[in-house]
Design a protein around this ligand. Structure first.
Ligand code: XUL
Ligand code: CO
Length: 440
């Protein structure tokens, strides 16, 4: 806000300086207005900062308390602190040159003693967010409700065995939708939270999953009532905090959406570290959602290959971001979704400047991946190898099968006449992998 002192004094606007720059507070690859496949990088990537990690993360872990040094956290009154934090968040977005942010209701405003009190605080913070959005042109990529931290959600929210927990969660989502709508949010996310189970013996899974669908239908209906036209997303995660989460992976989520008639309203928000927790590569999750027409938005982060948890690290691996951007380009882009850094600085990286290094690295890794993926598509060598691998399907028999004009009986006739199928060709995996490395 005008007149207040800077939280990140000494750090100016982060600029694009090109691959040879030695300035670690500059972009080497993310050049917001540079065109890739005819579109500015900023519109391909639609980067967002996660309010929860970046402005609420304390660095605490199961073995010790928070470590983060955040000199602006001086207010003891929770609402005043929340309002002051909004100013810091927009200073950060401005300096970073990041166009979007994402939040849970309880990240931006404090949880009150009653629902009415929480709603009032949220309204006050939304006023401040709206003011800053107007001044800066920054936008809300998506909003969501925290339906997992408060002890009332100990057994889940929409899937709780306690009906009043369901009702409270419904009220919270109603308010979160109103605020998201008011702030012009481009989307709204449902992540599983504690929607899942620790033990099947005490769980009526059918009833719980039915309730989750009822809950999501209510949200979709209310959005329509208030004129919210943003995209709804479902975010897969197989476990943590529950042993099994109902939003396990893309395939499970898409089956749920289709089984309950939600497929027209909800797409996927796919997170890298959740994909690996499910035993998939991020590329698999994106390809699966993409081929089914459900690719919506992504939560960008990475896990650690030696740690089995959802460590939510900032992505720096260009091979990974190349895979991701290749799938995103292939399926026509993300908008109205984007690339939200659902990632946190390490507990050991406790100074404010680390927030810049983390986001700069992530944005650059994605911009670099975008350029490489576009180069691969432009030269067409990968597509040529793929076409060769499936060439038999472009012959007369393949065309007849793909168009549905063959049957078991007609194919039996064909093979009885031939006696044996044509010999298979090499899959050439190593050639494919080597080809990808020629672009890196
Ligand atoms: C938790 C997670 C959430 C969702 C939003 O693992 O990813 O932060 O992205 O609720
Ligand atoms: Co996430």
């Amino acid at each position: 806000m005008a007149g207040t002192s800077e939280a990140f004094a000494g750090i100016g606007k982060i600029r694009f300086e090109g691959p040879s720059s030695k300035n670690m507070l500059a972009f080497r690859h993310y050049d917001a207005d540079a065109l890739v496949e005819g579109k500015p990088m900023r519109d391909h990537l639609r980067f967002a900062v996660s309010y929860w990690h970046t402005f609420r993360g304390t660095g605490s872990d199961p073995f010790g308390p928070g470590t983060m040094i955040r000199p602006w956290e001086t207010e003891s009154d929770p609402l005043k602190a929340a309002l002051a934090r909004v100013d810091v968040a927009f200073e950060f977005l401005d300096k970073l040159g990041c166009d979007f942010y994402c939040f849970h209701d309880r990240d931006v405003a404090p949880d009150g003693k009653t629902l009415a009190e929480s709603n009032k605080s949220l309204d006050a913070v939304a006023d401040r967010l709206e003011q800053h959005q107007k001044q800066s042109g920054k936008r809300l990529l998506w909003g969501t409700a925290n339906l997992f931290s408060n002890p009332r959600y100990v057994h889940g929210a929409a899937t709780s065995p306690n009906v009043e927990t369901f009702a409270y969660a419904a009220a919270q989502v109603k308010k979160a939708l109103e605020v998201t709508h008011r702030l012009g949010g481009a989307g709204y996310v449902f992540w599983g939270g504690r929607e899942g189970y620790q033990c099947l013996w005490n769980t009526d899974m059918k009833r719980e999953v039915d309730h989750l669908a009822t809950f999501m239908h209510m949200a979709v209906e209310y959005a329509r009532e208030i004129g919210f036209t943003g995209q709804f997303y479902f975010e897969p995660k197989p476990r943590e905090p529950m042993k099994h989460q109902y939003d396990f992976d893309s395939a499970t989520c898409i089956n749920f959406l289709r089984a309950y008639g939600l497929e027209k309203h909800v797409k996927m928000n796919i997170e890298t570290n959740h994909a690996t927790l499910a035993g998939h590569e991020m590329q698999h999750e994106l390809e699966y959602a993409g081929m089914q027409g459900f690719l919506g938005s992504i939560d960008a982060n990475t896990g650690d290959t030696l740690v089995g948890w959802d460590t939510d690290q900032f992505p720096t691996n260009v091979y990974l971001t190349t895979q991701i951007m290749h799938s995103i380009l292939k399926y026509g882009g993300l908008a109205p979704g984007g690339v939200n850094f659902d990632a946190k600085v390490r507990r050991e990286s406790f100074e404010p400047v680390d927030l810049f290094h983390a986001h700069i690295g992530g944005m650059d890794a994605f911009a670099h991946g975008l350029k490489i993926a576009a180069a691969m598509r432009a030269d067409g060598a990968l597509q040529k190898l793929l076409d060769e691998r499936y060439a038999s399907w472009s012959g007369p028999l393949g065309k007849r099968i793909e168009s549905g004009s063959e049957s078991l009986a007609s194919l039996e006739k064909e093979m009885l006449a031939k006696g044996e199928a044509a010999a298979c060709k090499s899959g050439r995996q190593e050639l494919f992998e080597n080809l990808i490395n020629t672009y890196l």
